[in-house]
Design a protein around this ligand. Structure first.
Ligand SMILES: C[S@@+](CC[C@H](N)C(=O)[O-])C[C@H]1O[C@@H](n2cnc3c(N)ncnc32)[C@H](O)[C@@H]1O
Length: 258
């Protein structure tokens, strides 16, 4: 079971089952849910294969951007199988804790297995929550992280505003997301890989029927690039907004302070 019983969480919607049934019903969001439910069991393996093992390095660098806090409280939004939550946990001190939140139950179940295997179930709590309506009290977290989730949300400005709301003043937001490669040749290669090779692998090799391999490149293409995401963060009220490109800008880590 995914644990959803820990303060400071406010369950405006009640139980997990209710959270699923109150899903907004929008076609895009439902499709995202279906995709992650379908791939949850193979998500980690797929990630490693499709990123040539780079995703874990990207996540380590993301976690390293989170300031160390004694007795800290961190939230990882769209945590999925909890990689980032596990990496952030040591930065919250011996008595700190981390909430790994995600919309998708199946992904969180996979995350909880890893958390339990590491013996960290008392420190990392997996919780089903929508990034656009987090349900935590204002000013709750010392740090919020998110990895590869923001391009999946229905309303980015709302999700970013909601993340800022639940952060303590002075808290740090660290966002890892696909971005715009800085070199023309890398953009061309990356487009070929993501728009041609990836969908081919998806249909011919993995025999995918969820559309995830078409969705992935399309969602990357439509997500704000490095500078535009800085602007979204500033418009939400964040300050000291900066970013660092990784792997030639294929992904970027944005850091912002409330
Ligand atoms: C590509 S996975 C990333 C998982 C993990 N953070 C990682 O880096 O491996 C995207 C995750 O975002 C979640 N997600 C999508 N839309 C969401 C939303 N509106 N609120 C919370 N989580 C969401 C999905 O369920 C999925 O687990």
């Amino acid at each position: 079971m995914v644990r959803a019983d820990l303060p400071p969480v406010i369950h405006e919607e009640g139980t997990q089952a209710q959270a699923v049934s109150t899903w907004s019903g929008q076609a895009r969001e439902q499709a995202v849910q279906r995709m992650f439910t379908a791939i949850a069991g193979v998500y980690d393996l797929n990630n490693t294969l499709l990123s040539f093992g780079l995703h874990y390095r990207w996540k380590k660098l993301t976690a390293a951007m989170v300031p160390m806090v004694e007795q800290g409280t961190a939230l990882d939004v769209g945590s999925g199988t909890a990689d980032l939550a596990l990496l952030v946990e040591p930065r919250m001190g011996v008595t700190g804790r981390v909430i790994a939140s995600d919309l998708n139950h199946a992904m969180l179940v996979e995350g909880l297995k890893k958390v339990s295997n590491e013996g960290l179930a008392a420190k990392i709590h997996c919780l089903q929550a929508n990034a656009e309506q987090l349900g935590f009290a204002d000013n709750t977290f010392d740090a919020v992280t998110t990895g590869f989730c923001m391009r999946n949300v229905g309303n980015l400005a709302q999700a970013v505003g909601e993340i800022r709301r639940v952060m303590k003043p002075g808290g740090t937001f660290v966002c890892l997301e696909f971005s715009r490669p800085v070199f023309g040749w890398l953009r061309a290669l990356y487009d070929w890989y993501s728009f041609r090779l990836l969908p081919w692998i998806g249909t011919k090799v993995a025999r995918d029927k969820t559309g995830v391999y078409e969705y992935l490149p399309a969602s990357i293409r439509t997500f704000p690039d490095q500078e535009r995401l800085c602007q979204v963060l500033r418009e939400a009220g964040f300050r000291q907004v900066s970013y660092k490109n990784l792997t030639g800008g294929i992904v970027a880590i944005h850091v912002a302070v409330k």
